[in-house]
Design a binder for this molecule. Sequence first.
Ligand code: GDP
Ligand code: IMO
Ligand code: MG
Length: 449
Amino acid sequence: PADTKPPAGTGVRGEGDMPGVVIVGAQWGDEGKGKATDVLGSRVDYVVKFNGGNNAGHTVVIGDQKFALHLLPSGILTPDVTPVIGNGVVVDISVLFSEIDALIERGVDPSKLLISNAAHIIAPYARTLDNVTERFLGKRKIGTTGRGIGPAYADKINRLGIRMGDLFDEPLLRDKIEGALEQKNHLLVKVYNRRAITVDEVAEELLQYRDRLEPMVTDTSLVLNQALDRGETVLFEGGQATMLDVDHGTYPFVTSSSATAGGASTGSGVGPTRIDSVIGIVKAYTTRVGEGPMPTELFDESGQHLAQVGHEFGTTTGRPRRCGWYDAVIARYASRVNGLTDLVLTKLDVLTGLEEIPVCVAYDVDGTRYEELPQDQAAFAAATPVYEYLPGWSEDISGAREFSDLPQTAQDYVMALEKISNCRISAIGVGPGRDEIIVNHDLLHARGE
Ligand code: GDP
Ligand code: IMO
Ligand code: MG
């Protein structure tokens, strides 16, 4: 009966409610999260980006059209979805509008987009600081995307950040910019030998977008919780990945946000009790962009083969991605720190034609076998893979839509990965297209079978 329904936004679930579903990268990014989000898009009501910014690059292929998204949630390509930029995201407003305008030109309607008033803005000086910091780090550099991500999050934690909501209170905005610049200008001028920035130039750059932003900026935590109260489905789309998470990744070679499942709650204002399933996206091999250790990295022809067949070039920076074999130690770790309920295994088609496929099942560090990720930075950097070798297949698998359509050795490869990764594999990507996927279990009701 109606009077027993909990009030809106209380976080108490009513009967028949649909789930909150989280998607995260299980490796070092570029696993195909954008495609997975797009595939689920037709069955969800909201898609929320909860971390990161325009360091992300998601390629989504629909028919003969290819879309490269950076800041906008991948749900933006599905007409009935409300895309949301959550409070955990850092927003470069000029990038936001160039992305929106490019989509409008291609016939996509982004008018439903909502942005959290608490999302932080990537100020113009954050981009400058990102690049000069990298230069000063020299051989210790992180290999960032140069988009100002680290400095924007640093300002947020330092309580010097500017938030979307501040744009609508000009005196407050100017005061905050002034406060931030007092520190930044010392750094820019005295340490990095750059020119000082004025309050006016920053305020002007940000305020030019105010009117366009006004209808989008809102309390997105309230909107999302009310949607869940109504029984609607919310998909939380993670940027970056587990091994780039600021806490759980290969620190310091990480991004500056919470890319693991916990980030979905803090980055959206939806409590963990409302999240029903956590889907990890994992490639059938491994890639990484930027600096930092990667135990299965290949420096031979096999690595070049994976890069070529898999088109492993960054969507954001165009940098070639480092390639290596599947690393089950990392998959098990991702399964643990995210509490994964499912894995989506992507790019299985890229392995077609290999006679034998090595899979890393453990590490060797100076003669000691590690089944779990070494927590000590030097040990992980020294880890060499312990491989098992699985038989490959030569048949084209891009037309497979049922698990049984796959050649026996491809089925065995998937089953072996499921076993050593400690998580069931619920879907398998066999090509970049929207329909090039085998779905084995219902991903939106992961635990409901
Ligand atoms: P994201 O950052 O996790 O969204 O991944 P990216 O879009 O950066 O990189 C994944 C790339 O692989 C994109 O070019 C996708 O179009 C492509 N892709 C996704 N799934 C598959 C798949 O199953 N097979 C193949 N061949 N390509 C895929
Ligand atoms: P998606 O969402 C792959 C990497 C950078 C660098 C490190 C820190 O497409 O999977 P940053 O600019 O975030 O401070 O850089 O993180 N990186 C990514 N690598 N995919 C991404 O996003 C990435 N976002 C950041 O290469 O090593
Ligand atoms: Mg990417």
